[in-house]
Design a protein around this ligand. Structure first.
Ligand SMILES: [Zn+2]
Length: 284
């Protein structure tokens, strides 16, 4: 071959190869299932066969069955927002499948800002006795997950060391375009502190704090973060009257449409899909 022709043919070959480049595969969407666990909170996260739990709901709410029925044998992690039984109790129901090696949990995260209750201590002890790694998390930490989703802890602040609801881990899930905010049992003082640190915080989906109690979800908080969808986890006819009528009223005003308020007490498990194309509620 003529020595001048070869580079020309080689370059032509390279450019024609570009025609056959495979297009970028869009990332798998993330599914956010706010489980029907009665009066408590448990959010199952799912992406491309990977699963994790933000809180486990109260004991006896059927978490073990839920995981088995969905064919889940591995959880990347469980994050406990705080150690109240309505958020940690379901973990004790998982003792048998963990012992029988039917359920594998890679990691447990818990709030670093909490003076833990006895339940929290015994959940962590049970996890450690089962050989599960445990680690504390606080503001600015992240939880492991696959791209493009980022799991960032926005609360509690580094200096905080407090009790119960006020120590709630707040988790922001974002794919760079759309986001969800899980606030666990955060109440109004925590909302203020959160906005002081993240004044431009916005969210597409809000898990309404403290089961819709009137101790949280202030108008100031809602009007700042401007959720597009809201979901409340509460038990059917619970004795606390959650969600409070005034919280529902504030949500209606901000969301502009009551169909954007989802409730586990009236609908059962509520699922959303978060993708770079948007956030939408899934039909069960
Ligand atoms: Zn709670």
């Amino acid at each position: 071959m003529h020595s001048l022709l070869f580079p020309l043919i080689f370059a032509a070959g390279l450019s024609s190869c570009r025609l056959f480049e495979t297009p970028a595969i869009p990332p798998e969407p993330l599914h956010i299932h706010v489980l029907s666990v009665g009066q408590g909170l448990s959010v199952l996260l799912e992406q491309n066969g990977k699963f994790a739990l933000f809180d486990t709901g109260p004991g006896g709410a059927g978490l073990e069955d839920t995981l088995r029925n969905r064919g889940i044998d591995t959880l990347e992690w469980i994050a406990f927002s705080h150690s109240h039984l309505d958020h940690t109790g379901g973990f004790f129901d998982l003792a048998a499948p963990i012992r029988q090696k039917k359920l594998h949990i890679r990691q447990i995260y818990y709030s670093a800002g909490e003076n833990r209750t006895l339940y929290g201590d015994s959940a962590l002890r049970q996890a450690q006795n089962s050989g599960i790694r445990t680690g504390e998390r606080r503001q600015f930490d992240t939880l492991a997950w696959a791209a493009p989703h980022q799991f960032k802890i926005l609360y509690p602040p580094p200096y905080e060391n407090t009790n119960e609801n006020a120590a709630s881990l707040v988790l922001q899930i974002s794919n760079g375009e759309y986001s969800a905010l899980l606030t666990a049992d955060l109440e109004t003082p925590g909302e203020k502190s959160l906005l002081a640190t993240f004044p431009s915080l916005k969210t597409d989906l809000l898990q309404v704090g403290h089961h819709g109690s009137n101790t949280g979800t202030s108008f100031a908080f809602l009007s700042k973060i401007q959720p597009g969808e809201a979901v409340i986890s509460a038990g059917k006819r619970n004795p606390h009257g959650h969600p409070a009528p005034e919280v529902l009223q504030k949500l209606s005003l901000i969301l502009g449409d009551t169909s954007k308020i989802s409730r586990t007490d009236t609908e059962g498990t509520v699922s959303f899909t978060l993708s770079p194309a948007g956030l939408w509620k899934r039909k069960q």
